[in-house]
Design a protein around this ligand. Structure first.
Ligand code: GLU
Ligand code: ZN
Length: 501
């Protein structure tokens, strides 16, 4: 990293709302903020935007924290570690927002709006019909005390609206360059509900100001709220909330899913849990997600998180929509899987064998040895870690529960398989040293030389009998790992499945 890029004053935030399950769009936002903070030697603030009691949940909050840890993101201020601007859960900051809203009103930057939804709708329709801007028309900007009294007598509960300035709002987006909004497109907007509950539109900029955020990197879907927030920062600076600086904004490109539609957080393909369950490595998934808008270099789409951090520059992020390509994501993950050191690979496989109950919560030394022995036979051909189950589950399954795949059995364990199985059993019973080379030698002799079967076909029934499937790690190694008694037991059991000729 060039020294000039170190800037400890950089303060960015990752501020999800705890609704639903974490999704890949959220992960990419977290990744870019984290990489930006680490690249500059700055601070990553993790803030929970849980002011919407109807939609937020504790379960979702816990999932977010768990996801951040699994992904390997560390934060400098936030839940569980605290910091100078604590608390970092907005649900615990309600007095702050009420106070700021009152001060904005007192300073003339915000006002009570008594309009009912019906009135707003009717005026919007009328404006539209007349070809005029259809946003809020400023009706309550300057009510007289008498008008207010009348509304109160009618029992109306006001919302609080922020008064937008009349000049264009311009900013230099870190990703897209200069952006400008016409005031007629950005009408006065609500910041506090009639119930008194503060809205995202208020709490997000207030906390950015109080937490002294310098850069806001977030999805393009929030671009339209940026002019409103910029106006609000100016007002906050005026009333002395925060240190008076407006953050720089960078809006990350849309992610497109199937059929070139925007990937939605409800899309099953977007769920982070799905990738974890399938056994993506965090570094593989993050490598791929970084490519949704960024690349290390034109000809290399494979990199480590250290490389990403060293090279990450928000100015290199591409503003064009990025396409989510699952095949590419898998290919990149497979490469990260192949790169794992053997012991690390084994360590990461364990939970995927525990999930279906093939390993206990505390595996024995013997079980771990077996896993270490079979792992190298699978690593090269594995895309996601859960594949260890079909590839090597046959070694860990309780012998009483072992069953061959019914489809494979129907195809392979036909009457023709009987002599193959019988000859193999005989040969393996007589074999001295039960290791891959001698196993292969006696089986070849018995099946290829003895029965005249082509090598291509000779071993398939054995593979199904012993591993349960036609596709498995190398057969002779598998037999060795399984041991002679269990190998023979499975071959005999397969014989029972073969129809009499
Ligand atoms: N809580 C907001 C969200 O989840 C954050 C928006 C922002 O980054 O400003 O969309
Ligand atoms: Zn109004």
């Amino acid at each position: 990293m060039a020294n000039s890029e170190l800037d400890p004053a950089v303060r960015v935030r990752f501020c999800p709302s705890p609704t639903g399950n974490p999704h890949v769009g959220l992960v990419r936002t977290a990744l870019f903020n984290w990489a930006f903070a680490r690249h500059h030697g700055g601070t990553l603030v993790f803030r929970i935007e849980d002011t919407d009691a109807a939609r937020d949940s504790e379960d979702s909050y816990n999932q977010l924290l768990d996801a951040m840890r699994w992904l390997g993101f560390d934060w400098d201020e936030g839940p569980e570690i605290g910091g100078p601007h604590a608390p970092y859960r907005q649900s615990q900051r309600m007095e702050i927002y009420a106070d700021v809203a009152a001060r904005l009103k007192a300073a003339g930057h915000a006002y009570d709006c008594y309009c009912s939804t019906e009135e707003l709708d009717a005026r919007r329709e009328a404006a539209r019909a007349a070809g005029k801007p259809s946003g809020y028309d400023g009706h309550c900007r300057a009510l007289t005390a008498d008008q207010v009294e009348v509304y109160r007598q009618e029992g109306r509960q006001p919302i609080v609206r922020f008064k937008m300035p009349d000049h264009p709002l311009t900013f230099d987006d870190l990703v897209r360059g200069p952006v400008s909004f016409d005031p007629k497109d950005v009408p006065d907007y609500g910041i506090v509900r009639a119930s008194g509950a503060p809205l995202y539109t208020l709490v997000n900029p207030v906390d950015d100001a109080l937490m002294e955020i310098t850069h806001v990197l977030r999805g393009e879907d929030l671009l339209s709220s940026t002019p409103r927030q910029i106006a609000l920062y100016a007002a906050l600076a005026e009333i002395g909330v925060g240190n008076g600086t407006t953050p720089r904004f960078g809006h990350l490109p849309y992610v497109m899913g199937e059929g070139n539609k925007k990937l939605s957080k409800r899309d099953p393909q977007a769920s982070l849990n799905l990738y974890r369950e399938r056994g993506f490595l965090p570094e593989g998934l993050l490598n791929y997600l970084a490519l949704l808008g960024w690349s290390l270099s034109a000809d290399d789409d494979h990199f480590s998180m250290d490389q990403l951090v060293a090279a990450f520059d928000i100015a290199d992020v591409n503003a064009n929509p990025a396409r989510f390509d699952l095949k590419k994501c898998e290919a990149i993950n497979a490469r990260h899987v192949r790169e794992l050191a053997p012991e690390e690979f084994v360590r990461r496989l364990v939970p995927y064998l525990q999930a279906p109950g093939l390993l206990p919560a505390e595996p024995t030394a013997e079980q771990l040895e077996l896993l270490a022995a079979v792992a190298p036979l699978t690593q090269e051909r594995m895309v996601v870690l859960s594949e260890i189950v079909p590839m090597a589950g046959f070694l860990f399954v309780d012998p009483a529960a072992f069953a061959v795949d019914p489809d494979d059995a129907a195809k392979v364990l036909t009457a023709d398989a009987r002599p193959v199985l019988e000859a193999s059993i005989e040969a393996l019973e007589a074999l001295g040293d039960f290791t891959p080379e001698p196993i292969q030698a006696v089986l070849r002799e018995a099946l290829v030389d003895g029965l005249g079967i082509k090598p291509k076909f000779a071993f398939t029934p054995l593979r199904v009998a012993v591993t349960g499937r036609r596709i498995s790690p190398p057969l002779f190694e598998s037999m060795e790992l399984l041991g002679r008694p269990e190998t023979l037991r499975r071959l005999r059991a397969a014989l029972e499945l073969v129809p009499a000729s």
